[in-house]
Write a protein of this length. Structure first.
Length: 449
């Protein structure tokens, strides 16, 4: 049986069209994806060479199948397991198989709800401290502010308040520099030779090594001090593997901390920026958020209790992440041949799922481009959650989802209670990098009387 008869792929985008559009796709793939989905339906494919295929989908059944129902047959692509691990090491985000499962089981208890509740007070203190000098009555570029807040919340949840400002600033600089270069490597593969001979690869690998040494020094200081501090580092130091009863090696702990910094920092900063921009463009929704804050605060003094009662604010965050999912795309490759809905695919097919497009697919959402937090309230919520992937799905769903929601709720509450936020522009610009990064989002903060 020939390859073409044995396998059945989604409608194919011609390789000619792929190359014609390549430069535009490199700059911003989303408008091109929209055009292709409009033409081909919820999935399309590109044939590479004689028998290799890439599939991109916005189909919920395909997303559920590869991420949850048959996830054992699907592993992360080389982009995640090779490119990312070169700079970030072998942590939860970049590994697969038995080693991933072993690490997930080890680290998961540190992110259980009870443990997260213990970190809330420190989160709140950091947010209040970072946002105490907001500039009012003039345009402010929102993302740098939210990035600073999110980075410091992660840093001080990991290391509480024991880390020097100089080390923190250096970690932040290195993470941003390495991420920016990584995007170049991925989007400009034809320049790999130049990045290598010009010394750029070497430079960024050295930066990654410097980052490792900074984190190593923090870990060693903690171990020597024997201080029992209520932070994530202490929780991770105390975890033990089920089979050996031993803790993580220092090298593995460094890799996991790097992943927590990156996964817990930029995605949260993105989501906060998009959410505040939407609230600044929908003042009626912002007023409801303000009223819920006052109501909940009058009913309880316990921070965790308050967070659990903020149903409308949670709905606003969910709707913001539906429209602008920080982790906007994911990919998998299949270990064995498989039947994917009505398609039969060869092993090692690369399958991308665009959460950005799935979250706006009119098959699943009424008025999909409209900002409507009511989708995530009452009876509508159950329906909406079936097609909603703010933190992925299945066993590899983001381990820090609860942490991120707590942090975002606390930040939104602190800001909206003190300030009325008005967006300068109603349109939202973004750059789809590893995450969906907001660009040029400006707002004005007006102090509430």
């Amino acid at each position: 049986m020939s390859i073409s008869k044995k396998y059945n792929y989604p409608p194919k985008l011609s390789i000619l069209r792929f190359f014609v559009d390549a430069e535009g796709v490199r700059r911003n793939p989303i408008p091109y994806h929209e055009k292709y989905f409009e033409r081909f339906g919820d999935s399309f494919s590109i044939r590479i060479g004689k028998s290799r295929h890439i599939i991109l989908s916005r189909d919920n059944d395909i997303a559920q199948y590869i991420l949850q129902k048959n996830q054992r047959n699907y592993y992360k692509s080389k982009f995640q397991s090779v490119y990312l691990s070169k700079y970030l090491g072998k942590g939860l985000l970049t590994v697969d198989g038995e080693f991933w499962l072993k690490q997930r089981r080890l680290i998961q208890p540190a992110f259980h709800k009870q443990k997260m509740n213990q970190l809330v007070d420190n989160m709140k203190l950091t947010i209040v401290s970072e946002l105490k000098e907001i500039v009012t009555d003039k345009k402010v570029n929102l993302f740098p502010m939210m990035s600073e807040v999110a980075f410091n919340v992660v840093a001080k949840s990991l290391f509480q308040f024991s880390i020097e400002e100089e080390k923190l600033n250096r970690i932040k600089y290195i993470i941003e520099a390495v991420q920016n270069f990584l995007i170049k490597e991925i989007r400009l593969p034809h320049k790999a030779w130049w990045f290598s001979i010009s010394g750029q690869v070497k430079k960024h690998l050295q930066l990654a090594e410097e980052n490792d040494e900074i984190i190593r020094s923090i870990i060693e200081e903690r171990v020597v001090s024997r201080n029992k501090v209520n932070d994530l580092l202490n929780m991770l130091l105390e975890t033990r593997y089920e089979d050996t009863g031993e803790g993580m090696s220092v090298e593995q702990l460094i890799d996991e901390i790097k992943i927590l910094f990156i996964a817990g920092h930029e995605t949260t900063a993105n989501a906060l920026t998009f959410t505040l921009q939407l609230l600044g463009s929908h003042l009626d929704v912002q007023q409801k958020v303000f009223e819920e804050i006052l109501k909940v605060e009058s009913e309880s003094e316990d921070v965790v209790e308050r967070l659990q009662k903020m149903t409308y604010i949670n709905a606003v965050l969910n709707e913001s992440m539906r429209l602008y999912p920080p982790a906007w795309i994911t990919d998998r490759q299949n270990v064995e041949d498989d039947v994917l809905g009505k398609f039969t695919i060869k092993k090692d097919t690369l399958i991308g799922v665009s959460f950005y497009e799935l979250h706006r697919n009119p098959k699943y959402w009424d008025n999909p481009d409209q900002f409507n937090p009511d989708r995530f309230l009452g009876e509508q919520k159950k329906q909406s959650m079936q097609y909603f992937y703010p933190f992925g799905a299945g066993p590899r769903m983001c381990i820090g989802a609860g942490f991120a929601i707590y942090e975002m709720c606390l930040a939104i509450c602190h800001i909206i209670k003190k300030y009325k936020v008005v967006s300068v522009q109603n349109t939202v610009n973004f750059n789809p990098l590893i995450t969906l990064k907001p660009v040029g989002v400006e707002v004005v903060f007006y102090e509430r009387s």
